[in-house]
Design a protein around this ligand. Structure first.
Ligand SMILES: Cc1cc2nc3c(=O)[nH]c(=O)nc-3n(C[C@H](O)[C@H](O)[C@H](O)COP(=O)(O)OP(=O)(O)OC[C@H]3O[C@@H](n4cnc5c(N)ncnc54)[C@H](O)[C@@H]3O)c2cc1C
Length: 716
């Protein structure tokens, strides 16, 4: 309403301006013709004329009306160089700031909401260097000032900054124009005021601060290298440390573009994902799922029975699966691809030199133009008194240690209610362990919405997991051969006896022991990098779990592209790592898959959203498979079909999510998904039905009412 009043007021003022023909007055001819009259008015009451001039100038600029240049000349002609410059300098800055504020008030919210994600890089640029850009634009009078005012209003630059930078930036230009106004009689056209050489000087002045800033940045970047001697020649273009997803992909890209690259791995090729993470966990999840299906076979008209299996065989299969995937990440494969693979522990000696303690003995030093750190993360072991004494497993050890067991642990405690802890709790419960999962938050999978956590919790409980939320693990105790975990809730302690305990309370980046400390590379839980994944040393990059902020294999691979391409081609063009559309899945049953915002994120970030939800219990395929559990929840921009985020809970959630990932990545809305044929009967149909829910909620009621009347009329 207030915005409407302001718009009407502006429209009225603009109409008056043209109605009273003021725009004809504000031409060179108009000014020359009326100058004598203005002169006599000014000599009669100079202060009044100055005041009227100031207010008119402010109004003309605030309303973005044509004529400010003529008024600047008039200031010179009427008030002389000194007073004229002073008057125009303030009037133009105040008017420009008013125009800026009006644009901000009327449009900024809408523009930022609508294009905020696309404007992110621009907003960040303005936040960082906004005053420099504005200063340049102000100094060079070829950019229309009214456009600058309106466009700057849409950015996040502070109004006070806008004011003073505008005043300083426009000052020289104002001086030139006011001075020209003092010789108005000799002036034939506006273009005569700015000679090409004067314009060129303005351009130089304008770009000077930007150039100076860039030079300073280069000097600063160079300064970190002082004290180190850069080799004249390098052994390699790139050295990659760590052969997990991040390192493998970096090395692959380098070799593909014919760079000479060495990949160093201290332990196992493939890193955590292949050896201790994604691959073994998904392999055992499959066995556990089949065990559950056997136990509940009556759901499918078969006879239910207790699954009979050898745990040793289950674990042997896990290792067979790792072995089957291994060749994808092997030394042989990468060597064939053109990567020089070295097995050993790497340490950065200086910004270009890496020393490798070879696994086979001895050491090797190599120099490279750039280094990519892809050293990954390791499980966090919480500081719980008595933990070391009772013993524990982590994802690093459980695959090899459990493989030695004849039976799954009888009583298993899983510490942690995140994705890894939840996957493992359900798995071992299904394989016959009596599992207690301990989580200090009020629910498991706390990063997902409450309805998601509740569904997963319910499913785990049906599998027999004893979930203790809002419980803090305080200490471990040992009595003879018996081991206990003491947990506390609301000041009350209780004791859980266990045979095995798995710590799954998070993973921390590997930051010590390979030279970061010596080089002073900053770390804050992960290696600190800029948008290009450069560390403090612009030729040293980080990718994957060690760089954060996500800890997923596909994100490590995604970052690897940026690290490798920036490392090898950054002197021509650098790319900012793009985290706008990152999907992930937790492979519990029912699966949870997400991309973009969920409700709690949207609320925390103050982003308006609408939500539609399609219940998978309604999906024909789910019913046919007796798996009618879960939902597809889509967050959209209010009133629009633009997708802000999607959470899917249900069978194959991770497999059906990519349709939304693609849609978000390429700006396709729910209407496009609705208009796409989905094979019947598939799980993916739930995406289309969710889009249908959105369409129903946005049905054009008025049009439908008219259509109803139309059809009634047709029936006669
Ligand atoms: C149980 C579990 C389940 C998971 N499930 C999934 C999943 O389903 N989906 C998913 O996307 N992610 C999953 N993850 C996460 C995924 O494993 C990681 O995000 C991924 O491995 C990160 O890859 P990276 O290259 O950053 O590091 P890593 O895979 O950890 O590789 C780093 C490598 O660097 C080596 N290294 C370290 N320092 C040195 C040095 N100085 N010299 C030489 N070598 C060194 C290490 O030995 C290691 O091999 C899971 C993780 C776990 C633990």
């Amino acid at each position: 309403m207030k915005k409407a009043i302001l718009l009407v007021l502006i429209a009225a003022l603009v109409a008056l301006f043209f109605y009273f023909d003021i725009h004809h007055l504000l031409t060179l001819e108009g000014l020359k013709a009326g100058l004598d009259q203005f002169e006599s008015l000014r000599s009669e009451s100079p202060v009044l004329v100055m005041g009227v001039f100031l207010v008119s100038y402010v109004l003309v600029t605030a309303l973005s009306l044509p004529g400010a240049a003529i008024m600047t000349l008039a200031a010179g002609a009427l008030f002389g160089l000194g007073v004229g410059t002073l008057l125009v300098s303030f009037a133009s800055s105040i008017g420009a700031t008013l125009a800026f504020l009006v644009s901000r008030y009327l449009l900024q919210e809408t523009v930022q909401k609508r294009f905020g994600d696309r404007l992110k890089a621009f907003n960040e640029g303005i936040e960082k260097d906004g005053e420099f850009y504005l200063f340049t634009l102000r100094l060079v009078p070829v950019f229309p000032f009214f456009l600058i005012n309106l466009l700057m209003g849409l950015t996040n630059i502070r109004a006070i900054t806008f004011y003073w930078v505008s005043q300083v930036g426009m000052f020289v230009g104002t001086l030139v124009y006011v001075n020209a106004g003092t010789q108005l009689a000799q002036l034939d056209s506006l273009s005569g005021i700015l000679s090409p050489s004067l314009l060129f000087s303005f351009v130089l002045l304008g770009v000077f601060p930007l150039i100076a800033k860039k030079v300073l940045a280069v000097v600063k970047a160079k300064r970190v290298y002082s004290g180190y001697k850069k080799p004249k020649k390098f052994d390699r273009n790139m050295i990659v440390i760590g052969a997990g997803a991040g390192g493998l992909v970096s090395a692959y890209i380098a070799a593909a573009v014919k760079a000479k690259v060495t990949l160093v791995e201290a332990h196992k090729m493939g890193g955590d994902c292949l050896n201790y993470g994604c691959v073994p966990s998904k392999a055992i999840i499959k066995s556990a799922k089949i065990a559950k299906q056997i136990r509940h076979a009556d759901q499918y008209g078969l006879e239910a029975s207790a699954p009979r299996f050898s745990f040793k065989q289950v674990m042997a299969r896990v290792h067979e699966v790792i072995a089957k995937v291994e060749p994808h990440d092997s030394v042989e494969r990468y060597t064939k691809l053109g990567v020089d693979v070295v097995q050993g522990y790497a340490k950065i000696i200086d910004p270009w030199t890496v020393e490798i303690q070879l696994n086979e003995g001895g050491s090797q030093r190599l120099t490279a133009q750039s280094i990519v750190l892809a050293t990954g993360a390791r499980p966090v072991v919480p500081a719980i008194p008595g933990l070391e004494e009772v013993g524990y497993y982590t994802s690093d050890t459980l695959w090899s240690e459990f493989a030695k067991f004849e039976e799954p642990p009888k009583r298993l405690v899983v510490l942690g209610g995140g994705p890894i802890g939840t996957e493992l709790s359900q798995t071992f419960a299904r394989l016959g362990s009596s599992v207690t999962q301990v989580e200090r938050s009020e629910r498991i999978m706390i990063r997902e919405d409450r309805d998601v956590s509740e569904l997963v919790q319910q499913s785990l409980r049906e599998d027999g997991v004893n979930i203790l939320t809002s419980h803090q693990a305080v200490r471990c105790e040992k009595e003879g051969a018996s081991k206990y975990l003491i947990v506390e809730q609301d000041g009350q302690e209780s004791r859980i006896e266990f045979d095995a305990l798995i710590c799954a309370v998070g993973r921390e980046a590997r930051l010590e022991g390979y030279g970061l400390e010596n080089l002073g590379i900053e770390t804050q839980r992960t290696i600190v990098t800029n948008d290009y994944l450069e560390t403090l040393y612009p030729n040293i990059y980080a990718a994957g779990d060690v760089a954060g902020p996500y800890q997923f294999t596909h994100v490590a691979a995604h970052q690897a592209w940026y690290a490798a391409v920036n490392a090898l081609f950054g002197s021509f063009k650098k790319f900012r790592a793009d985290y706008r559309v990152i999907p992930w899945a937790t492979f519990v049953d029912p699966e949870v898959a997400r991309v973009g915002l969920n409700e709690q994120d949207a609320k925390a970030q103050g982003i308006d959203y609408e939500v539609v939800r399609y219940g998978i219990d309604d999906l024909d395929r789910a019913i046919a498979e007796s798996a009618e559990v879960g939902f597809v929840k889509v967050l959209t921009v209010p009133g629009k079909d633009k997708i802000l985020g999607v959470t899917i809970v249900g069978q194959h959630a991770g497999e059906i999510l990519p349709e939304f990932v693609l849609a978000m990545k390429h700006g396709l809305g729910l209407n496009k998904i609705l208009g796409t044929i989905h094979t019947y009967p598939t799980w993916a149909e739930s995406n289309k039905y969710a889009a249908g829910e959105w369409k129903r909620a946005h049905a054009p009621e008025k049009v439908l009412n008219w259509l109803e009347k139309y059809h009634a009329w047709r029936r006669g």
